[in-house]
Ligand binder design. Sequence first.
Ligand SMILES: Nc1nc2c(ncn2[C@@H]2O[C@H](COP(=O)(O)OP(=O)(O)OP(=O)(O)O)[C@@H](O)[C@H]2O)c(=O)[nH]1
Ligand SMILES: [Mg+2]
Ligand SMILES: [Zn+2]
Length: 311
Amino acid sequence: MIATVIKSTGSWYTVQTREGKKIECRMKGKFRMEGIRNTNPVAVGDQVEIEMDSGEETGSIIRIEPRKNYIIRRSINLSKQTQILAANIDRAFLVVTLSSPRTSLGFIDRFLLTAEAYGIPVDIVFNKSDMYSDEELKTVKELTLLYEKLGYSCILVSALHSGKEIEAIRERMSGKVNLFAGHSGVGKSTLINALDPGLKLRTGELSEAHDKGMHTTTFAEMFELSTGGYIVDTPGIKELGLVHMERQELSHYFPEMRNLLNQCRFNNCKHVNEPNCAVILAVKNGEIALSRYTCYLGIISGEELEKNYDD
Ligand SMILES: Nc1nc2c(ncn2[C@@H]2O[C@H](COP(=O)(O)OP(=O)(O)OP(=O)(O)O)[C@@H](O)[C@H]2O)c(=O)[nH]1
Ligand SMILES: [Mg+2]
Ligand SMILES: [Zn+2]
């Protein structure tokens, strides 16, 4: 019997069959992704084959179908371990806030990069619009211009006020499996409740001392929307270590660099300090945003790329 994993709590997985029946399952045998150690070999969104335990209401997962894609990150405290946030996603909504808590551009760019590597389209949702100063609203406008030019739709919303923006997100989710990701406290669960009030997900206050979320959502979980489509709520991510990415392919995942790559003098150009580099030229004349190029340089010159493999 084939089913979809809709919740994973570590040792138990909730799967939903094609008929809509929910079954609690455990994993049978060992699953390992090639070459890397995973904290969760089965993730929300996975299609799995299950077997019912004899005489029980519970089942066992005996096989995972190949994944169409997934969003993976390196665990922060266990740097060699990786965690799959969700698998088989049609669209990701990256929920960000300029303050309370602040989302950095580096985080946004790393998330876009990860999604780009698997061809997952991303919408950027600027949440908490009701709290922004004029200065912050101006920043949202500038960022919207920057990211929409690169092909990422941007939406400014307040999860506390229903309106046409919420309606627009709902329409984009219809018929698809949608991932909601972002830092803790940006309002992912609140936003999902606004999109489908029937879900009544738990939401949490920010910590007064640090103005950060308190990790209210602890497990990824998939919900069926009454208006059509599926939504995966995920726990807040602090950092997003890159996984499975080679130095040479990095620039291919920056849409604004992709078309310039064959114009560099050297075909193995890293776009750092090489002469006649089309990317550096585009940064100089403003066609590539400095913030994006800075992020690129940070990744290519740092250790993020090497550390990813389990040796
Ligand atoms: N002012 C304002 N507050 C919001 C908005 N959206 C969410 N909040 C508040 O922000 C806090 C955190 O919201 P959650 O929905 O729990 O955040 P989350 O992203 O799910 O956080 P984790 O589950 O910890 O990852 C709550 O106190 C919400 O009421 C918004 O648009 N405006
Ligand atoms: Mg939450
Ligand atoms: Zn170059």
